[in-house]
Design a protein around this ligand. Sequence first.
Ligand SMILES: Cc1ncc(C[n+]2csc(CCOP(=O)(O)OP(=O)(O)O)c2C)c(N)n1
Ligand SMILES: [Mg+2]
Length: 338
Amino acid sequence: MDQTLEAPVGLAPDALARMYHLMLVTTLADKKSAAEAKAGRLQAAFYPVRGMEAVCAALGEVLRPEDRLISTYRNLGDALAKRVPLRSIMAELYGRTEGTSKGKGGPMHLQDQSVGFTATTGIVGAGLPIAVGLAMAAQMDGGGSATVVTFGDGATSIGAYHEAMNFAALWRLPVVFVCQNNQWGEHTKITDYAPSPELAQRAAAYTIPTERVDGFDPMACLRALQTAMERVRRDEGPTFLEFVHYRLTGHTGTADYSYVPKHELEAALERDPAPTFRRWLIDNSLLPEERIAEIEKQAEEYVEDAFAYARSCAFPPPEALYTDVFADDSWVRSLSDE
Ligand SMILES: Cc1ncc(C[n+]2csc(CCOP(=O)(O)OP(=O)(O)O)c2C)c(N)n1
Ligand SMILES: [Mg+2]
């Protein structure tokens, strides 16, 4: 794995600025959401994404509007990468009517069909067969678009993962598997549940091209994702990418994290994606410091605005209880008439 950031070849300053902005918004919104969860102000648990910012920023560069992204409960950065407005994300986490699912989905079901953020599932590993089905539909429609699915290291031990990999390989489906290896499955360390911590081997067994990538390095993440997306767009089948990083916080925004080995966490925090990227941009004169300051101001304002907006939105009224729950809810309504 590449441990040092390499200067990008032909990457426009705009792309670097966008990536830094997305990483920063993700970090700031994550910290604020965790604090709100601790204060009991969110409507459900919050699943921090700290440590995943580099992968999310790279996803933001490769995904096109027509592509679909399937995510997990740990989805803040993924949603931002697919251009779901932070206002709608936060309104959903606060359980308000202006949320992506009118406040009824919460973090486990964050989705925005209008931008191709197609589904989130709280069932570990369940996103993979959904992505494979969507990729198959895209293939039958003539191809060209990509389906990307993100999931944790723990998901690679789930049966649905293996069924999805087998099917995707056999049908050469246009899907990119993005494994966010943060080295923990809830409170269990990867070395305590996987005979080999190199999860890419599990995909290679299905003849799927794989790559292990330094998930703290935004440029390495970008290169790997670009290659995988090009393969999909050329109709050359699936790719499995294992992004190795580290969970920088507890499993949820309120969870205890004292069980993590101190030296491991300290080493991981040294590589905290947004500040590391910032230093690298300055040291390599890739963005002027004034531009960096401007991005930081914009990111802070964007986050502040989204939280204030979300808190100002109304909760769903009681009569909304049955709307959008059933495709045809007339039978439920008829019960109340009896
Ligand atoms: C099928 C299933 N089993 C167990 C759980 C409980 N659970 C929620 S998150 C989690 C850990 C998953 O770890 P990983 O896939 O590495 O994702 P991470 O939380 O680290 O992002 C578990 C076991 C669940 N949601 N679904
Ligand atoms: Mg994990």
